[in-house]
Design a protein around this ligand. Structure first.
Ligand code: FES
Length: 221
């Protein structure tokens, strides 16, 4: 067993577990997008970042790919983490403004405007569809092509490959096309239908607490 501290709690985690898994085991909610428990970790979206301290060193790391280590001190919701997470979600929304998952996440984090130019690419390159196709369906019909700004998910030669079983799993697992935001108008990059005005989700950890924002970053009503 590995001994570490998460949000002030001293815990023991299984050797080989990730910080995300150890935190979830303790009931601590860390937002994720590219993580799925049935697929290999990929560490693409970075919304699961946590602050990691070991000795004198402090850094921000993606918790879904970070293995637990003896003596780690993890903060899942420090000011630094919240600030960086907001920036990441803003960047993701700038490339996928119609994703309800992302818009809900922005509302939960108290983001009230997107500071980046909106360029709807319809994909956040989280790789869930690619991993699902390869690891669960054993198909590998889709993959990444291109580099940098031209990187995208595609089939070879843009034709439906023989390996594709039309299972629809790639769409089902996609955090962007799974639920499209239908409100239409974007205001400062945010969905005009729910622009941080209505509660989306209450904090599962501190429901009933009187603070307006719980320690886990969720709005509490
Ligand atoms: S959930 Fe960890 S990087 Fe995406």
């Amino acid at each position: 067993m590995v001994k570490l501290t998460i949000d002030g709690m001293r815990i023991r985690a299984l050797e080989g577990a990730t910080v995300l898994e150890a935190a979830q085991e303790m009931g601590i909610v860390i937002p994720t997008l590219c993580h799925h428990p049935g697929l290999s970790p990929y560490g693409a979206c970075r919304v699961c970042i946590v602050e990691v301290g070991k000795g004198d060193r402090r850094s921000l790391e993606a918790s879904c790919t970070l293995p637990v280590e003896h003596g780690q001190v993890i903060l899942t919701n420090s000011e630094k983490v919240r600030k960086q997470r907001k920036l990441i979600v803003e960047l993701l929304i700038a490339s996928c403004p119609n994703s309800k998952t992302l818009q809900d996440m922005a509302a939960n984090m108290g983001i009230n405007r997107i500071r980046f130019r909106i360029r709807d690419r319809g994909c956040i390159l989280c790789g869930l569809c690619v991993r699902y196709c390869k690891e669960q369906m054993k198909s590998g019909g889709i993959g990444f092509t291109g580099r940098g700004t031209t990187r995208m998910v595609a089939t070879a030669f843009e034709v439906t490959p023989e390996e594709c079983r039309n299972c629809g799993g790639c769409e089902w697992i996609c955090p962007v096309c799974e639920r499209a935001c239908t409100a239409g108008n974007l205001i400062d990059g945010l969905c005009g239908g729910c622009q941080n005005l209505a509660p989306v989700e209450t904090c599962p950890v501190c429901t009933g607490c009187s603070e307006s924002v719980g320690p886990h970053g969720y709005k509490v009503y």
